[in-house]
Design a protein around this ligand. Structure first.
Ligand code: ADP
Ligand code: MG
Length: 696
């Protein structure tokens, strides 16, 4: 039978099982079943003897003879104990459940293979609820080896599709395949890389003959997954670059030059200059720019965006900047407007709370082209907003925007405007390659001069008074402080209570100071008012939830206290810390946690204390949480990797990428006969997710 045969046609799979396989495991065809890979293998490649046992061993198997079987009763507690021996010693097998049945099955004098975890009790080794198999030549043969373990849900188990059942089903499938499993990589690739064939890899991953063979199979299958992800992205990138026209920004004009020569408030860093050059080059070619700027918090991305916007205006185009929150949009607007004021240029501000009359004025000015610059939230992409000639869209802190929202920007002009995405969440190279394969990446890897790195401390709650003392000391010097509380998503009430309790206790501690409070359930204007109070130094301490996480800029604030820091992810902690260290003063970040910390929590705190480098932090984050959870990947929809792990398999990804690039260099459209296999497999793998290709 063929690979695309519906699973119901496999012997032993009736309509009920087929249904469970579909709904619970996504298995529709034979091919899907073959790709239902084990999540691990239990090593049963050898038999142990009783003399070799120790409690440190994982699950082990032994060949034993049963001496006697005894029912032991202690009050209402019953257990079945079998004393067993092998030529090197004796031990016990114990059952607490299924006793009656077991008692009938296990026979004194008979030989068995037993498999389980041993523990020692009063100097005697015992194994509770072992797997048990009568000893025979056949059972020895079957027992030895690496045994695959498959994921199984409750529903699957009740349909006899537990790990063992899945293994049997896959075994049956291999017996019933009428045609050889086709190769899915060109033979020149498998040859250079000395890889197992597809057929051998699939067989070996389900039933490896040795750990070496298993490793080879895993390598081949992981390589293939990552290779096709890269091949698809690289091809899309080529197509976009060659076919999408971009508005040419042919000249560097008066606005750009005037600003650069007369109104720049500081010297640009070399990294900023380099990125501006990259943008200038991209936009001058007549091709479409799709560029991601990665730059740590405080690296100065905003000014780069502004220069790009001026470039657009110099060439007769409008430009907009989209921020994820109202506070951020307002702040950007204020900052940029200040910078352009001397040149007499207006920047519009459009957010959810823009008044109707102002909204109407903005809509008109944008449509007739008299307004060249717009800053706002996603209110910008609403259909009512029409531009005369939008040439550039800057998207700040992009991970807050959904993929679909970003796509809507493309429709704001006859052909898509140039796109500049700015993110302060550094993404490890491997992730960037898989997630943003179609974006060119610029990195601002240099902070403006004179910044003192933030000093980070981790304190347990019992040092709270010490922390308060430190706060007071710094505030006396004229500094300001943030105290941030975690959002507790399960309970909004609890969340607010946390914040309010915090507020009350800080008020008691610091009766002489004025406090601001900002949280997610305040109106935009109330938030803005509080922010302004803090910015103008009318308040000394800002109590907040994570609404202040992104972008907020108060240079005089030099202390960031994070309460229940263990509840935050690494990238969030790093973002929060980025709120301080923006002025000339030495800044501090204090991570307050409970004494009890998970190992992962501890690693997070240690990482924060050790380094300020966002890329290093992102790398640790990836190792700790895996790519599925890393900021920015959740909504990507691209990471349906079955075997490969972006945190662990970075080397394989690099290899896969190199080979995909080489192939496309030689044969961009995959027309060569030896590359037909690539086309077929790309098509098979891409069905159902083509929508993602055009966006982001
Ligand atoms: P981010 O990359 O986090 O968005 P910003 O663009 O908000 O950073 O810049 C952070 C601060 O650094 C701002 O106050 C900005 O004016 C300042 N800044 C940016 N570039 C420079 C520079 N080259 N020299 C000095 N200060 C700079
Ligand atoms: Mg910013």
């Amino acid at each position: 039978m063929k690979l695309d045969t519906p699973i119901a046609y496999l012997k032993g799979v009736g309509p009920r099982k087929a249904d469970v396989l579909k709904t619970e495991a996504g298995i529709h065809t034979f091919a899907d079943l073959l790709e239902y890979y084990p999540y691990r293998h239990v090593d049963r490649t050898r038999f142990y003897t009783i003399r070799e046992l120790s409690e440190d061993l994982p699950y082990v198997q032994l060949r034993v003879r049963v001496k006697e079987v005894e029912m032991v009763e202690k009050g209402r507690m019953k257990r079945l104990v079998a004393r067993v021996v092998d030529p090197t010693g004796q031990m016990e097998l114990v059952w607490f459940q299924g006793i009656k049945w077991m008692k009938d099955v296990i026979r004194p004098g008979a030989d068995y293979i037993v498999f389980g975890k041993v523990t020692s009790f009063k100097g005697v080794y015992n194994m509770a609820h072992p797997e048990l198999e009568p000893l025979s030549e056949k059972s020895v043969h079957n027992a030895l080896g690496l045994h695959p373990m498959y994921n199984s849900t409750e529903k699957m188990k009740s349909a006899f599709l537990d790990s063992k059942g899945m293994g049997q089903l896959i075994g049956l499938l291999f017996q019933n395949l009428s045609e050889p499993i086709p190769e899915t990589l060109p033979s020149y690739v498998t040859q250079i890389m000395k890889m197992l064939s597809k057929a051998d890899s699939l067989r070996a991953i389900h039933k490896p003959r040795s750990t070496e063979e298993l490793a080879k199979a895993e390598f081949r299958l992981k390589f293939e997954e990552l290779f096709y992800v890269r091949l698809r992205l690289l091809m899309q990138n080529r197509v976009r670059k060659n076919t999408w026209k971009g508005y040419p920004f042919a000249q560097v004009g008066e606005l750009f030059n005037t600003f650069y020569n007369h109104h720049l408030p500081f010297q640009l860093t070399n990294a900023q200059k380099r990125v501006i050059k990259e943008v200038r080059f991209d936009t001058s070619t007549g091709k479409h720019m799709n560029r991601l700027i990665q730059g740590d918090v405080g690296s100065g991305k905003t000014i780069v965006a502004l220069m790009a916007m001026l470039l657009a205006a110099d060439n007769g185009f409008q430009a907009c900047l989209m921020a994820p929150t109202e506070i951020l949009a307002q702040q950007h607007h204020r900052g940029l407007q200040e910078l352009l004021e001397p040149m007499g240029i207006e920047i519009g501000l459009l957010t959810g709370s823009t008044k109707q009359s102002e909204r109407k004025r903005l809509h008109e000015a944008l449509q007739n082209g008299s307004l060249r610059f717009l800053v706002g939230t996603h209110a910008i992409i609403e259909p009512a907003v029409k531009f005369a000639n939008l040439g550039l869209a800057v998207i700040d802190e992009q991970h807050r925007f959904g993929v679909a929202q970003r796509a809507r920007i493309y429709t704001k002009n006859l052909q898509p405007p140039h796109i500049l995405v700015m993110t302060a969440t550094p993404i490890p190279r491997t992730l960037a390659m898989t997630l943003y394969g179609e974006l060119d990446v610029s990195v601002i890897d240099e902070l403006p001069p004179g910044r003192k790195p933030v000093i980070t401390r981790h304190m347990y709650d019992n040092r709270r008074l010490e922390m308060f003392g430190f706060l007071r000391q710094e505030i006396e010097k004229g500094r300001q402080a943030y105290i941030v509380y975690p959002l507790i998503e399960e309970s909004e009430k609890l969340d607010l209570k946390h914040l309010e309790d915090g507020y009350e206790s800080i008020k008691r501690q610091f009766p002489e100071y004025k406090l601001s409070i900002v949280h997610g359930r305040m109106t935009a204007s109330a938030k803005e008012f509080e922010m302004q109070q803090f910015l103008q130094k009318k308040t000394q301490i800002m109590i907040a939830t994570t609404v202040i996480e992104v972008g907020v800029n108060v240079p005089n604030a030099s202390i960031m206290v994070i309460e229940n820091a263990e509840r935050f992810g690494l990238s969030q902690l790093h973002q929060l810390r980025g709120r301080v260290g923006r002025g000339a003063d030495q800044s501090f970040c204090i991570l307050m946690t409970d004494y009890k910390l998970s190992e992962e929590g501890r690693t997070r705190m240690q990482t924060m204390v050790r380094t300020n480098d966002g890329f290093e932090i992102a790398e640790v984050d990836l190792q700790l949480r895996g790519p599925g959870d890393t900021e920015g990947t959740r909504q990507s929809g691209m990471l349906d990797l079955k075997l490969a792990d972006l945190a662990k398999d970075q080397k394989i990804l690099g290899l896969a990428n190199d080979i995909a690039e080489k192939i496309l260099e030689k044969d961009p459209a995959l027309n060569a006969s030896e590359n037909q296999v690539l086309k077929v497999e790309l098509h098979r793998r891409s069905t159902g997710r083509t929508m993602w290709s055009k966006i982001s």
